[in-house]
Design a protein around this ligand. Structure first.
Ligand code: FE2
Length: 483
């Protein structure tokens, strides 16, 4: 049994049980009556494929969870995305594919044959756009799901914009609130790493708007949109010059990658209309998530607030949690970059010297200046993000929910309160692992009063394995009219 300090390991067990028909739940405390809609969550839930444990947190097959709030008791559904590898492996009852951090199975010959065929686990984000429920992972195309029962409809090629068989679509699209257009990018590896950018208007056809060459092979998990520009932050992650072990399938892509801080970080400022890119070098850091980005026309700058790591410890942690307790420490901070359009050096400052992850801002995720960044903090460098937190970028104030033994919170999804007048006027929805009770709970927090702890808890029938991202869809929106 995991100890209180390592109870987080329960969040890395596989969950096979699906519920296409909803389970009714019982709420404890006061669920705000104005919260009427569905919280969609997604994450890897099959870490063991017919007894074969995957090597990396990011590799597990995606499962979508839906928690409906409104009239009557809360209701819960959960289903795997029936992506290609999941279906084929269920039929074969064994693992067939390699993954980002897990080599292909079998002997050397099979690994060599299959070295370029990796699963798209569809496990990173779940969104609704243009009435479609989409499971996203940067390793491939989106998967289209039925919002009514979470069944899988099929792979989504965006009307041909993602026609190539190796097309990818990041898990972190941005919606421009002025047009409702969804913007996103996909990475293309090879001799010249490139990014492709897409825009998808509601009710219209998606188009590829630009293709930009990267200065080096890079980790780019997220991006940002300002009123004028696309912003990408390229952290150098390279494979060996002659990657023999990777070529022969003896190691995975994730194992072969090396962080190269000596190359610096390059911030790309890409004109939204022309697609023209300018790259600006900054001091090195590792980054998964951008919290906020906006134009500062008075200074001629683009401002980017992001979660930065001073080391590459997290890359090891994502392997370690699949085997046992975390061995490697890491430390992070919230950092602000000011990128001068005239070409002066990037200015970097630390806004918060504390590890902070899964940043979210109220309303649109980015595109304009936001003052409050919601997310998760943690104090143990050999631990995981766990405490719902709010950071005020203007005052430097960090407010946090109480640290509860045996509890590890997931990403906080902010929902504006009725009549909200400030960014603090938000409900935060977080699925929390309660390791002592051996279950997960939807907990609801008041963004204006995190130190008082959860105002409501809705226990789920099981542990929801640690996932990544999700979104709230109010019941008035079209996606739920089918329910
Ligand atoms: Fe992410």
């Amino acid at each position: 049994m995991d100890t209180p300090s390592t109870g987080y390991l329960r969040g890395f067990y596989s969950l096979e049980r699906e519920r296409g028909e909803p389970a009714e739940l019982t709420a404890e405390g006061q669920v705000p009556p104005e919260l009427r809609g569905t919280l969609y969550r997604i994450g890897p839930a099959r870490h063991d494929i017919y007894g074969d444990r995957l090597a990396h947190w990011f590799d597990g097959d995606g499962m979508v969870h839906a928690i409906e709030l409104g009239d009557g008791p809360p209701r819960y559904r959960n289903r795997f995305v029936q992506h290609t590898a999941h279906v084929e492996e269920d039929a074969a009852r064994r693992r067939l594919y390699g993954s980002y951090g897990t080599p292909a199975p079998g002997g050397a010959l099979n690994r060599f044959r299959r070295r370029k065929i990796r699963r798209n686990p569809a496990n990173t984000n779940v969104i609704v756009h243009d009435g479609k429920l989409l499971a996203l992972c940067e390793g491939g195309r989106p998967w289209h799901l039925d919002p009514a029962d979470l069944s899988t409809i099929g792979e989504e090629a965006l009307g041909g914009a993602l026609a190539e068989s190796d097309a990818t679509f990041s898990a972190h699209p941005c919606v421009d609130p002025s047009t409702g257009e969804l913007w996103n990018f996909g990475s293309s590896f090879g001799r010249q790493p490139t990014l492709h950018f897409y825009r998808w208007p509601p009710g219209g056809a998606a188009i590829r708007t630009a293709t930009v060459a990267l200065p080096f092979p890079a980790l780019i998990h997220d991006f940002a949109l300002t009123a004028s520009s696309i912003v990408v932050v390229a952290t150098p992650m390279v494979t060996p010059t002659i990657p023999l072990a990777l070529m022969f399938g003896q190691t995975s892509f994730g194992e072969a990658l090396r962080y190269k801080p000596e190359l610096g970080v390059y911030v790309g400022i890409i004109d939204r209309e022309s697609g023209h890119a300018h790259w600006h070098r900054a001091d090195p850091f590792l980054c998964f998530h951008i919290a906020n980005a906006y134009d500062d026309p008075e200074r001629g700058e683009v401002v980017v607030d992001l979660c930065a790591y001073e080391d590459d410890g997290f890359l090891s942690i994502a392997f370690e949690v699949m085997r046992g307790p975390i061995q490697t420490g890491t430390s992070g901070q919230i950092r602000r970059l000011r990128i001068d359009r005239g070409g002066r050096p990037v200015r970097s400052s630390t806004l918060l010297r504390h590890s902070f992850e899964f940043p979210r801002v109220l309303d649109d995720r980015i595109t304009q200046r936001h003052r409050i960044i919601y997310g998760l903090t943690w104090d143990d460098p050999r631990g995981l993000p766990r405490r719902p937190s709010a950071f005020d970028v203007d005052t430097g104030e960090l407010t946090r929910a109480p640290l509860v033994e045996n509890e590890w919170a997931g990403e906080c999804v902010p929902v504006a309160k009725a009549g909200a007048t400030s960014e603090r006027d938000a409900w935060l929805l977080s699925v929390v692992l309660n390791a002592a009770a051996d279950r997960s709970e939807l907990q609801i927090f008041d963004g204006a009063d995190l130190p008082s702890g959860a105002i409501a808890r809705i226990p789920l029938p099981h542990v929801m394995p640690f996932g990544f991202h999700g979104n709230w869809v109010a019941s008035a929106e079209p996606a739920l009219t089918a329910q």
